[in-house]
Design a protein around this ligand. Structure first.
Ligand code: NCD
Length: 321
């Protein structure tokens, strides 16, 4: 772990404006640190909604996406630019030296000498941690295979804070809990907030035991079921995920579980009035588009909240006060 301590205050991990470090997994954060980031994001919301700031003027962010992305890449880009900074982008892999066989380690070493922070998305679990070993600037993990997606976790918590409540939260995580990195990161974070969590998935896509054991060790209250109908009337947040087709070693296995869940207006007849539905997006067929116009839908707000939250993350990573 490469830490650059800027002043004498020291918490478990990364602190806004105090320390620069890599953001690799949810475990890099304590509850206090998450709360600081969420508060900071709140102050950035007016800037995210069309304002501008010069906080990161003169700074450069590099975005390296070895897997497809719309929201994560463009919300980091937007966040950086609205804070007055610049963005360099590896662009299409075919157009970079990756196509000539350059290793991730060499790519990172070089880009770290151009930029003040690097956002990395990679299909291999552990890639961001490995990249951090070679980087002289903070690495921000934007998804490493089926591993983690810590900035999505932060924006998910922020969405809950803004649109519902983190205290006394009852939440169901639905869909692909085996390969879905967003729910891996979010489940850890929810245990810090003592949320009541129900895991809803087909048998084949259950949350990995290693994560469940860790959560139980932290005192999390977890239930598991295969049916949304079992929980829909008892929750405040329904967090829906896409079945991660690209991570299945055998396409026939994907076909067995694809279309397992579909949120419809009919299903929502049994929901609490104050329920909110979240989804990290992209959705394929998990949420009927007719649900978009109901008062439950919050997934588009959720993707907007990626901007203020990533502003807070960038300010932290680049040591801005
Ligand atoms: C998620 C991801 O890439 O893990 N998308 C995102 O970052 N908003 C979820 C997904 O692809 O299903």
């Amino acid at each position: 772990m490469h830490l650059t301590v800027i002043n004498k205050f020291k918490l478990k991990g990364c602190i806004l404006g105090v320390m620069q470090k890599h953001i690799i997994s949810m475990r890099d954060f304590s509850r206090d640190e998450i709360d600081i980031i969420l508060e900071k994001a709140r102050t950035f919301e007016p800037v995210a909604r069309g304002g501008s700031s010069s906080l990161l003027s003169g700074k450069i962010l590099a975005t390296l996406f070895f897997e497809p992305s719309t929201r994560t890449r463009l919300s980091f880009d937007t966040a950086m630019k609205r804070l007055g900074g610049n963005v360099i982008d590896l662009g299409a892999l075919e157009a970079s030296s990756v196509a000539k066989g350059e290793s991730l380690a060499d790519t990172i070493r070089v880009i770290a000498s151009y930029a003040d922070a690097i956002v990395l998305r990679h299909p291999k679990e552990g890639a961001a941690r490995m990249a951090a070993e070679y980087s002289s600037v903070p690495i921000i993990n934007a998804g490493d295979g089926a591993g983690h997606h810590p900035t999505q976790m932060l924006l998910d918590l922020y969405t809950i804070m803004r649109e519902s409540s983190l205290s006394g939260l009852r939440i169901a995580l639905v869909g692909d809990l085996k390969y879905g990195r967003t729910v891996h990161s979010l489940a850890y974070a929810l245990s810090l907030y003592h949320a009541d969590v129900t895991l809803v998935s087909p048998q084949q896509l259950k949350m990995p035991d290693v994560i469940k054991k860790d959560l139980e060790k932290q005192g999390a209250h977890i239930r598991e079921t295969t049916r949304i109908e079992d929980v829909i009337g008892d929750i405040d947040v329904l967090y829906v995920t896409r079945i991660q087709k690209e991570r299945f070693p055998d396409p026939a296995e994907y076909l067995k579980v694809s279309g397992s869940y579909r949120i419809t207006e009919k299903l929502l007849e049994k929901a609490n009035d104050n329920l909110i539905i979240m989804h990290p997006l992209p959705r394929v067929d998990e949420i009927d588009p007719a649900v978009d116009k109901t008062g439950y839908a919050r997934y588009f707000e959720q993707s907007f909240y990626g901007v203020p939250v990533r502003m807070a993350v960038l300010a932290m990573a680049m040591g801005a006060k």
